[in-house]
Design a protein around this ligand. Structure first.
Ligand code: AMP
Length: 300
């Protein structure tokens, strides 16, 4: 089992001691309920860092009042068992009242790239994400932090924050890990009943169709987005929040694909909300994994 630290001063001292000894430290922030997607971030860290810190903290600040904070899956023992099979050196799992001490009144606000898509539907979400991520970077000042492409807009927001606030950490974005049938792995997939789980496949399927269309030479971004929307909207039991083809840096909707483009989707199945995305490219497409040619975008 990896060593668990809950104390903020202790994790900071540990990370600083490793760095003082010339070791490179990787940080993998998570909310627990770990799966192979999280493990891939740990593997990416272990491949280029001497030490890997995984953090497990269900951050109340990034959940809206009517969202799933209280029912979000939590199982530290199971998470530790999963991490025992990885090269995680330490798990940082703080208590909520230590992360947000009485009187906490500071927030990180990132503008523009937070306005659309997830930000439009979850108005305080990215404020919570940016705040906790900056706090984690300060508490565990690693060399490199690892995030998943699965939450694409989040990676754009974090890169923007790191660039704007001169945070001394490198950001890596790792490909989305999928179930064998294509559904993006997510801690929220456990909410889906078998029927919803089947219907959820329309998300990766519509993205794959979009990527295939772009790879086949379709340049009309609005047309590709319309096809995704039609396909999702015509699936019973799936309620579309958005499907769009956007500029990977600004997240603004594209009319024509001339360079990098990314397709974003979000939909609800019953009380479960899922998001997914895929690169659309002229020379290739996909998740940034094998066969893909699109690197993760740097800030606008
Ligand atoms: P979460 O615990 O859901 O907040 O996610 C923690 C980190 O894991 C974030 O950087 C996510 O983007 C990443 N992540 C979640 N699901 C996947 C996945 N299927 N593939 C790759 N990374 C993922």
């Amino acid at each position: 089992m990896p060593h668990v630290i809950s104390d903020l001063n202790e994790i900071r001292a540990q990370v600083l001691a490793w760095r003082a000894a010339g070791q490179r430290v990787g940080l993998v922030p998570t909310m627990g309920a770990l799966h192979a997607g999280h493990v891939s971030l740990v593997s990416a860290s272990a491949a280029e860092c001497d030490r890997t810190v995984a953090t497990i903290f269900v951050n109340p600040m990034q959940f809206g009042p009517s969202e799933d904070f209280s029912r979000y899956p939590r199982n530290l023992d199971r998470d530790l068992e999963l991490l025992a099979g990885t090269k995680t050196d330490v798990v940082f799992a703080p208590a909520t009242d230590k992360m947000y001490a009485a009187g906490h009144a500071s927030y990180v606000g990132v503008e523009r790239v937070t306005e659309r898509w997830e930000g439009a539907i979850r108005p305080t979400h990215f404020r919570g994400v940016a705040t906790i991520v900056l706090k984690l970077f300060n508490i565990a000042p690693a060399d490199i932090a690892y995030f998943g492409q699965k939450d694409y807009q989040q990676t754009v927001v974090i890169r923007r924050m790191v660039a704007d606030l001169n945070v001394s950490i490198q950001i890596r974005v790792c490909p989305t890990v999928r179930e064998p049938d294509g559904l993006a792995m997510s801690s929220r997939n456990v909410y889906l009943n078998p029927d919803e789980r089947r219907r959820a496949l329309v998300l990766p399927e519509s993205l794959r169709e979009a990527a295939d269309a772009a790879a086949g030479g379709e340049r009309d971004a609005a047309k590709i987005a319309r096809q995704m929307r039609q396909r999702i909207e015509s699936t019973a039991g799936v309620s579309l929040d958005y499907a769009a083809v956007v500029d990977p840096r600004t997240l603004e909707e594209l009319t024509e694909i001339t360079g990098g483009a990314i397709a974003l989707v979000a939909a609800r199945l019953g009380s479960t909300r899922l998001i997914d995305n895929m690169w659309l490219g002229i020379a290739g497409s996909g998740d940034g994994g094998p066969g893909s040619v699109k690197p993760a975008a740097s800030p606008p």
